[in-house]
Write a protein that binds this ligand. Structure first.
Ligand SMILES: [Ca+2]
Length: 597
């Protein structure tokens, strides 16, 4: 690092005596060191001497990882590499993303609301009344700049390995949106072993602007190996790097190498209610949450009512899921080792998050896909218990395990209860507060602002990247990371969102939630099509609806949400796949615990 060598020269200058080196020569040398030091302080982004001091910036995104999976967030799977990073930095326990993949990823990559940035709805699920509307382009649009475009403008070498999901048209490819080097899966997912099946026929992989074959190794291993290649290329450059490592795990289909799955055999035989409770208790013990209420699991049979065969299948699904998390942890360990071997680890800031809450849906009974989805799975895949997790299986872990993962929160992926949009988040870096837990409201658009700020650039991206783009909306966490403040938002600053007609807004200690009607297909007793109100500070599990008790507070939040929707051009879906409800299918037949609402 050049800054270090500057210090060494200056130190050696100060150790020399005027008698042995000549007084004026010594004076000039000391003076030049002082001036160099002033230049470093005064011009963080401009002076030649300052460039190497800027940190490398690395975002690691996981796909559908649950809030409580990591040991540092209450999980039992065993994630020592991720835990070491989390404990060396700041953990955020109130970090909000979008209910699904691409809307979150576009906010992460731009710092703008998904309705501004082109993914007001997922491209795959755009409805007729949304097509052609501003902000519903189905890909990252040209009203916004990507973090890669902006960081490249201030001298960063920009690298990506993993899932893109922000557009398949050439104009939206990473190579055309700011990335110097990229290995990507353009779409939202693929078979984790690269097997071509009827469900994943159209997956496209690219290296920069060249199509490349599907991987023949496990997805997490593959994206890691490619990212290490890019890191090793980058170390020869006289530039800091911005890296984006976007895993497809643990998104379904649940798949992992056999050897990893074996490590978890029998570990989940106590069932999902027990797991939800144990993760809740561990979060309390870690000081991540207070003595609060936890609501029930919706949409799944009680574990005690499953047959022995059903228990075997369910346990195996969670064993495979845990193996996918283990695979991520092992591979993050490889990344850390590479950074250390390259002498870059101490000067690298790492941001780790999930792109939405745990995926608790039973996809063959939700109106997301066409009615033939369940039959397609049964006719083309081997989901026998011993085969679950292999390349020719196609399974997901469903509402029971999903809500174990979102403990102690309400609902899961797709929905706007906090279980759908609260993600684990940590930021590690050598100069940050070690072991700090921060419970203030944070949002995925803040990541871009934070990384620009840490790079010494304007946090709103002003003047960086293509001309005329919207400024970054998020706020920098720098002061929180350095232990200088507790929150970057006042109690008067709301954070809101919308997807599939599901709505949410948080302001101060309160949170209002509107669940999309799809929730009826999970459990008929879930309240949909109306606003609920929660005192989120004392009731993070969203167990007690205050809508009737505090109508004025609810009205205040709803009006603020309306302002948000108008400002961002929200177009609620009319009909279409996310609006279709078939209440005759798939509702939980077993008695579930009474809802607390
Ligand atoms: Ca996802």
């Amino acid at each position: 690092m050049q800054l270090g060598s500057t210090r060494l020269d200056c130190n050696s200058a100060s150790r020399q005596t005027p008698l042995t080196s000549g007084f004026w020569k010594w004076t000039r040398r000391v003076l030049s060191c002082v001036l160099a030091a002033r230049a470093i302080v005064a011009s963080p982004a401009g002076a030649e001497e300052s460039k190497p001091a800027r940190p490398n910036l690395l975002i690691i995104v996981t796909d559908d990882l649950a809030y409580s999976d990591l040991g540092a967030f209450g999980g039992e799977i065993g994630t020592p590499n991720l835990d070491a990073l989390a404990l060396s930095g700041v953990r955020f326990t109130n970090f909000e993303v979008s209910p699904t993949c691409s809307p979150t990823r576009v906010m992460l990559m731009t710092g703008n609301d998904n309705h501004e940035a082109g993914l007001g709805n997922m491209a795959e699920l755009l409805t007729a009344n949304q097509r052609g509307k501003r902000g519903y382009e189905g890909q990252v649009n040209e009203r916004v700049a990507t973090l890669a475009e902006r960081l490249r403008a201030v001298g960063y070498h920009t690298l990506l390995s993993g899932k893109w999901h922000l557009g398949t048209d050439r104009s939206a490819w990473p190579v055309n949106r700011g990335f110097d080097r990229s290995f990507v899966l353009l779409q939202g997912g693929d078979n984790h072993f690269g097997l071509k099946t009827v469900w994943h026929r159209g997956a496209n992989y690219m290296e920069d602007d060249r199509p490349i074959p599907s991987p023949t190794t496990y997805s997490t291993d593959y994206f890691t190996a490619n990212f290490i290649t890019l890191l090793n290329e980058s170390k020869t450059k006289n530039q800091p790097f911005f890296g984006y490592l976007a895993y497809t795990a643990p998104h379904w289909p649940l798949q992992a190498p056999d050897a990893l799955i074996q490590q978890f055999k029998g570990k989940y035989d106590a069932g999902y209610e027990a797991l939800r409770k144990s993760r809740f208790e561990r979060q309390k013990a870690l000081g991540l949450i207070g003595d609060v209420q936890m609501g029930p699991i919706y949409g799944a049979k009680a574990w005690s009512e499953l047959t022995d065969e059903e228990k075997k299948v369910e346990s195996k699904k969670m064993e495979v899921y845990a193996a996918m998390i283990k695979g991520i942890d092992n591979n993050v360990g490889r990344i850390v080792q590479t950074l250390k071997a390259n002498g870059q680890f101490e000067n690298t800031v790492i941001v780790f998050l999930s792109d939405n809450g745990a995926a608790g849906s039973a996809y063959d009974r939700v109106g997301t896909f066409d009615d033939g989805f369940g039959a397609m799975v049964r006719n083309n895949f081997d989901n026998s218990v011993d085969n679950i997790g292999r390349a020719n299986s196609l399974t997901w872990y469903g509402p029971g395990w999903g809500q174990a993962g979102t403990a102690p929160m309400f609902t899961f992926k797709i929905f706007t209860g906090h279980g759908g949009i609260r993600s684990p988040l940590f930021v590690s870096g050598a100069h940050f507060s070690r072991g700090l837990v921060n419970g203030s409201l944070a949002h995925v658009t803040d990541v871009a602002a934070t990384l620009l700020d840490l790079a010494g650039a304007p946090a709103d991206g002003h003047g960086l990247g293509p001309a005329g783009r919207l400024p970054v909306e998020g706020k920098s966490w720098k002061s929180v990371l350095e232990g200088r403040s507790q929150s970057i938002r006042t109690a008067d600053e709301p954070v809101a969102g919308e997807l599939f007609g599901g709505r949410h807004i948080t302001k101060g200690d309160y949170r209002a939630v509107w669940l999309t009607d799809m929730a009826k297909n999970i459990d008929a007793r879930l309240p949909t099509g109306r606003w609920m109100l929660f005192h989120i500070k004392s009731d993070p599990g969203e167990t007690t609806d205050l809508a009737q008790r505090e109508p004025a507070k609810l009205q205040e939040l709803v009006e603020l949400w309306n302002v948000y929707a108008r400002r961002n051009g929200v177009v609620l879906a009319e009909g279409g796949p996310v609006g279709r409800i078939d209440s005759s299918r798939g509702q939980s037949k077993a008695p579930a615990p009474a809802p607390a609402h």
